[in-house]
Design a protein around this ligand. Structure first.
Ligand code: ATP
Ligand code: MG
Length: 561
């Protein structure tokens, strides 16, 4: 990661930490990123990762990576591995601080026995449906379970037998004994253990009972000496329970939970459940489909860690939920790639251009800069000949007012090459233009005239003799509406999938060097956008993903509607 540490922007979380350091409450800051390994990470997680690891970095503290793996039914080592890969790719390092909530299962169990002995937990025989009924609602208080007053001895005996696997799934649970009349539903005797006879991806068949998230999370934080436990706003109502468990138990410390607003991004969904559904039902091509808001998808699309970290910095942290425009992400990646990506020429929809006064059979080499933003990137040689291709949309037979590109009788600059004037057209039987016959000005080599004559248009091109065929994959938003939280009644988010989110173009042509690069290399195709050589790229089949266009074409398009 780059070494310069930007002066951090103040926010309410930093203010809390500063106070805690000033008052001496803490001397070392310890945060954590606690994903559940039940799916791939998405850009919302990236916000949380950059926040937690970023705080640790700027306060010279530590950030733990902890897998919150308490639900064996949905979790898998594939997810554990992808999460570690994604956090590393984003540029963060947890060092020795890799933890699993499942490593605390024994300790969590012992703490549960303490709660039972202290009369603060009981074994309940209500089934799921009954639990729900007894729980009450926001306006109706809950009712005590008929099993609430079991003796400590009976509770201990039943809980141990739950652990030993004597009872079927769902037949019993261990519940905290708090207050069924609490206005906060989370405090109404929440379940802390359930029976699940399912193997766990790390503990195998050792356990027949598994602790609930709310119980596990706060204790894990305390066992690891976390100072500030930062989570998203929906956990605000769970904070009293977080504090309750820690107050009842002989834990080594009492971390402070702080909530911030989760990231919502326009034109996409960010729930792991929905993302899993998109993958499982093949609406997209896997977790790393470049249209997915997953880190893996964004990486494959060609977003860079620097762009994502910059994005996370710019959105900052707040207490109120809001929607961030996807364009901000595009802006950040353009800023980054503008500095780094080598420039190349490619033509998406080629039309033939023949220079009638250029010698047949001659091929010359011209200099072209690799990146005008970075002189150290040097130059490359590109070939020029009588036979070229240009972009079909850079020609207009009957030009509209203000058209500066090629048209019959007009002169334009071919980037890095010469001035050309269109003199004639060839058409097929249906009247489509098939070839533009031009003349060139030999004195304009490099793209600058000798007599000071100016042209208004500069267009890109490729040399027919050396061009290579490319497959370009042009991506657009996965959904057609910005706010998927706001869909018509009776409709599903799937009804808003964008049928044009992927357009595969197999007729593109590019400079010959594009058949000689490595998967994962970024380019700017002049005037077209930023592209990445896909992981499926090979010299025989050069496949490029468009990361983003050069400008905000999406917004432009919407403004026109
Ligand atoms: P989902 O609700 O999509 O299943 P989750 O929040 O349950 O996701 P976790 O694996 O529990 O997923 O998340 C790990 C951490 O990332 C949590 O601390 C969570 O608060 C944070 N996080 C998840 N989604 C977002 C988001 N959209 N913006 C910011 N932080 C997020
Ligand atoms: Mg969660």
């Amino acid at each position: 990661m780059d070494n310069e540490i930007k002066t951090p922007v103040k926010n309410f979380i930093r203010n809390i930490i500063d106070d805690d350091l000033n008052t001496g409450k803490h001397t070392n800051i310890v945060t954590r990123f606690p994903p559940e390994p039940n799916g791939y990470l998405h850009i919302g997680h990236a916000k949380s990762i950059c926040l937690n690891f970023g705080l640790a970095r700027s306060y010279s503290g530590k950030c733990h990576l902890r897998f919150d793996d308490t639900n064996p039914v949905k979790e898998d080592t594939e997810y554990v591995e992808s999460i570690m890969e994604d956090v590393r790719w984003l540029g963060w390092d947890w060092g020795d601080n890799l933890f699993y909530a499942s490593d605390y299962f024994e300790q969590l169990y012992e703490y549960a026995e303490i709660l039972i002995r202290d009369g603060k937990a009981f074994v309940c025989d209500l089934n799921m449906e009954e639990l729900r009924q007894y729980r009450g609602t926001l306006t109706v208080p809950g009712k005590n379970s008929p099993y609430r007053d079991r003796s400590v001895e009976e509770n201990l005996d039943l809980f141990r037998r739950m652990r030993a696997g004597e009872f079927p799934d769902g037949s019993k649970s261990l519940r905290a004994k708090i207050d069924m009349a609490s206005p906060n539903l989370n405090m109404r005797d929440p379940v802390i253990y359930r029976i699940k006879k399912t193997d766990h991806h790390r503990t195998g068949d050792s356990w027949q009972i598994y602790p609930m998230y709310d119980y596990t999370h706060c204790i894990s934080d305390a066992l690891e000496g976390i100072t500030h436990s930062i989570c998203t706003l929906e956990f605000e109502d769970h904070r009293p329970l977080y504090d309750w468990f820690l107050d009842q138990l002989p834990v080594p410390c009492h971390p402070r939970q702080i909530e911030f607003a989760r990231l919502n991004l326009s034109y996409t969904v960010m729930s792991k459940r929905l993302l899993l559904e998109l993958v499982k039902n093949n609406y997209v091509n896997g977790w790393d489909d470049p249209r997915m808001p997953t880190i893996a998808g964004m990486r494959r699309r060609g977003f860079t860690p620097e762009a994502i970290r910059e994005f996370a910095d710019r959105i900052g942290v707040a207490k109120a939920n809001s929607m961030v425009d996807f364009e901000l992400l595009n802006f950040c990646v353009r800023e980054d790639l503008n500095k780094k990506a080598l420039r190349r020429m490619a033509v998406m929809d080629p039309i033939k251009l023949t220079i009638r006064n250029y010698p047949e059979g001659k091929i010359e080499e011209l200099d072209a800069e690799n990146n005008p933003e970075d002189p150290s990137a040097g130059n490359r040689r590109i070939t020029f000949s009588r036979n070229l291709f240009i972009e079909r949309e850079d020609f207009m037979e009957q030009p509209v007012k203000g058209w500066f590109r090629l048209a019959p009788g007009t002169e334009v600059r071919l980037k890095h090459a010469y001035y050309v004037t269109c003199e004639e057209l060839t058409k097929d039987a249906e009247g489509n233009v098939t070839e533009l016959i031009c003349s060139y000005d030999p004195a304009s080599r490099g793209g600058w005239s000798q007599d000071g004559r100016k042209v208004k248009g500069t267009i890109h091109w490729v040399c027919a003799e050396t061009a290579v065929n490319l497959e370009t994959r042009l991506y657009d938003q996965l959904f057609t509406i910005p706010d998927l939280g706001d869909i018509e009644e009776g409709k599903s988010y799937l009804d808003y999938l964008n049928p044009d989110s992927l357009v595969v173009n197999t007729k593109a042509l590019g400079e010959s060097s594009l058949a000689n690069t490595e998967p994962g290399t970024h380019f700017q195709f002049l005037r077209l956008g930023y592209f990445l050589a896909d992981k499926e790229y090979s010299p025989e089949k050069p496949v490029f993903n468009r990361v983003t266009t050069l400008r905000d074409s999406w917004a432009k398009q919407k403004n026109k509607q």
